[in-house]
Design a protein around this ligand. Structure first.
Ligand code: AP5
Length: 224
């Protein structure tokens, strides 16, 4: 299965992608995570991306398309994958179709997580992540079971993203409305778009996604 999770910053794409990854055995391809890894690596691409991300704008299409193109060539993507944060522009959506067509693959569905702007700001401002394994948490909505210790890997080292400041979040939302929302009709016309109410609790959103995909909750799909 090849699935896109679409939605504004803080809608829950990463949270749901990680759950789907565990349930369906498919890799999560998050361009945000890949770009943050480039930044952590300290290379030229990372240096270029850091300034753009911290300003809340989009990294140039050719850079992210190149990153995704190399990633989907990897062996673990042969049986499908979950795209989180890509595509974000019309050029990226068209490039993805061309990349998939070149491999004899096609998209199965595009899940749009719909969340009110006020809730997005609350979610982003309370978010923190395990620095070791990347598991996401929230001050109010998703605390680790044991305070200060990651449920997944036991690490006590957490971090907050520099682009989660109030000003940058406002810019990220503006960019989403201006550049990513306009690609929704592209997928609607193809009959691939599935709208999910992302305002519900995490487990309920997960159940709605499973229903939209026509499968059992968290279960493996029957085929590619
Ligand atoms: P990216 O990392 O993709 O950030 P984003 O799209 O802004 O999305 P977020 O990661 O902020 O939110 P999310 O939807 O994953 O929500 P999450 O699950 O964490 O991109 C960062 C930057 O990289 C971009 O701004 C851009 O500069 C660049 N970039 C990335 N991809 C690019 C591309 N394709 N092209 C160009 N540039 C690109 O949830 C948020 C919080 O809410 C968490 O704390 C979570 O626990 C909580 N939560 C989740 N679901 C719920 C729920 N149902 N109820 C209550 N709380 C919830």
């Amino acid at each position: 299965m090849i699935l896109i999770l679409l939605g504004p910053p803080g809608a829950g794409k990463g949270t749901q992608a990680r759950r789907l990854t565990e349930g369906r055995g498919l890799p999560q391809l998050s361009t945000g995570d890949m770009l943050r890894a480039e930044i952590a690596g300290g290379g030229e691409l990372g240096r270029q991306a850091a300034a753009v991300i911290e300003a809340g704008r989009l990294v140039p299409d050719e850079i992210v398309i190149g990153i995704i193109s190399r990633r989907i060539d990897a062996q673990d993507c042969v049986g499908g994958f979950i795209l989180d944060g890509f595509p974000r522009t019309a050029a990226q959506a068209e490039a993805l179709d061309a990349l998939l067509a070149g491999k004899g693959m096609a998209l199965d569905a595009v899940v749009l997580l719909q969340v009110d702007e006020e809730a997005l700001v609350a979610r982003i401002s309370g978010r923190f992540t395990c620095r070791n394994c990347g598991e996401g948490y929230h001050d109010r909505f998703k605390q680790p079971v044991e305070t200060g210790r990651c449920d997944k890997c036991g690490s006590t080292d957490f971090e907050r993203r520099p682009d989660d400041s109030a000003d940058t979040v406002r810019e990220r939302l503006r960019v989403y409305r201006g550049q990513t929302e306009p690609i929704l009709p592209y997928y609607e016309t193809k009959g691939l778009l599935r709208r999910v109410d992302g305002m519900e609790q995490i487990g309920e959103v997960a159940a709605q996604i499973d229903m939209a995909l026509g499968g059992e909750a968290g279960g493996r799909p029957s085929g590619g």
